[in-house]
Design a protein around this ligand. Structure first.
Ligand code: ADP
Length: 395
């Protein structure tokens, strides 16, 4: 059996997502996740050839989850097809401008970035170490969410705060969703017959976490997330941009602690906080269509903030070849896309209502009229991008 596939691992603190992908054929032979890691009810779930399976892992942390995954891949006859393992890593700071093969130095550099991603990077490191232990002999690679944005200019990534905070403590804008942007930007250019190295593409990645990116000549020149994923767009439960003095205001007026306001901005705001209903865009869209005014207002705030950021990107890029929607909301919500595109008519966008309405559930394609500036949907595939990078690094 040929070693034609890559095991892609996205390791969080309590869950671990995995898939086995052949980067050449783009075929995914299995995917799944280990959930509730760290509790006594950890469970491994997977889907292979359309069939679902699960296995209780008992009291399992990262080591046991990866050991269980190894057993599953052996039972399913997939283990001999795996040539290498690719790990998603949230934060590579300024050290990583592209994906890398795992070495002791790379592990140390990911450890150095822990202050920038205190919840994610430690979990990624546990996953990498467990993979090295249970798949000895297989090379490991790391693919960073931040790396793609390392091409941003200093004028774009710096905050106007004392410069020492950047120099000594790395306080700057880093962005996220970089792997998605790289995949979607290239896919959009390919679909439109554009040379990515001579193009201006803006991408809105709208999921539970949401951000947007300006890709000029294949490089990120601006993005909406900042030091942390809280900055920028309205998200499922995150506020996006606010006046930072809110911390002080809520402390003085309501006695909110630093932790309380941080929790509120990250977990109780965004679509959930504004609508008072749900963080899921579908629930709010349904309510708005039934005439609920606050639900409509929530969608309008979401689209207003996004349209303003995209207008800024268009100005920074100097031209727009395409606006691309991706992520759960971007790929499925014709309502959000229409709302945003109508706000951007100054850039020459004219929505094709029928194409917009018919593009959802993984379908990609242009959703604007002939002669319009192009807006389109591209279904993202971060796992495939990780598999491609891993193969390129380990070939
Ligand atoms: P994550 O950021 O967790 O990866 P996804 O990219 O999977 O999130 O996006 C999840 C979100 O996509 C859901 O919360 C939901 O709001 C939205 N979504 C999915 N399907 C639809 C739909 N048909 N209409 C509107 N929103 C949708």
């Amino acid at each position: 059996m040929s070693k034609d596939s890559i095991l892609v691992i996205n390791c969080g603190s309590s869950s671990l997502k995995f898939s086995v992908i052949n980067p050449a054929t783009e075929e995914e032979s299995i995917n799944g996740l280990a959930e509730r890691m760290g509790s006594s009810e950890a469970v491994l779930r997977w889907k292979i050839n359309g069939e679902k399976g699960s296995q209780a892992l008992g009291q399992a942390a990262h080591d046991q989850a990866i050991e269980g995954l190894m057993g599953l891949l052996r039972e399913e006859g997939l283990i001999d097809r795996i040539a290498a393992i690719g790990h998603r890593v949230v934060h590579g700071g300024e050290k990583f401008t592209q994906s890398a093969l795992v070495t002791d130095e790379v592990i140390a550099a990911i450890e150095d970035c822990i202050p920038l991603a205190p919840l994610h990077n430690p979990a990624h490191l546990l996953g990498i170490k467990a993979a090295q232990k249970f798949f000895p002999g297989l090379p490991n690679a790391v693919v960073f969410d931040t790396a793609f944005h390392q091409t941003m200019a200093a004028e774009t990534y710096l905050y106007a705060i004392p410069y020492e905070l950047y120099e000594k403590h790395g306080v700057r804008r880093y962005g996220a969703h970089g792997t998605s942007y790289r995949y979607v930007g290239q896919a959009a250019a390919d679909m439109l017959g554009l040379d990515i190295n001579n193009s201006s593409i803006m991408v809105a990645h709208l999921g539970n976490g949401a951000s947007a990116c300006a890709i000029k000549n294949g490089k990120s020149i601006d993005t909406t997330m900042g030091l942390t994923p809280l900055e920028g767009l309205v998200m499922g439960t995150r506020s996006g941009d606010i006046d930072p003095n809110l911390f002080n205001f809520l402390n003085k007026s309501l006695g909110y602690s630093l932790e309380r306001t941080t929790e509120m901005l990250n977990k109780e705001s965004g679509l959930l906080g504004l609508s008072g209903m749900d963080s899921d865009c579908r629930v709010i869209e349904d309510a708005a269509q039934e005439g609920n005014k606050r639900a409509q207002l929530t969608l309008d705030v979401f689209c207003h903030v996004l349209a303003e950021k995209l207008a800024g990107f268009a100005a920074a890029m100097g031209s727009v070849d395409a606006l691309v929607f991706t992520g759960g909301i971007g790929e499925n919500s014709s309502i959000i896309r229409k709302n945003v595109i109508e706000r951007l008519s100054i850039f020459g966008f004219k929505l094709h209502e029928q194409k917009n309405d018919e593009t959802f559930r993984g379908k990609s394609g242009v959703i604007t009229e002939e002669g319009s500036t192009v807006a389109m949907v591209v279904a993202t595939n971060e796992e495939l991008m990780i598999a491609r990078d891993t193969q390129a690094l380990t070939a």
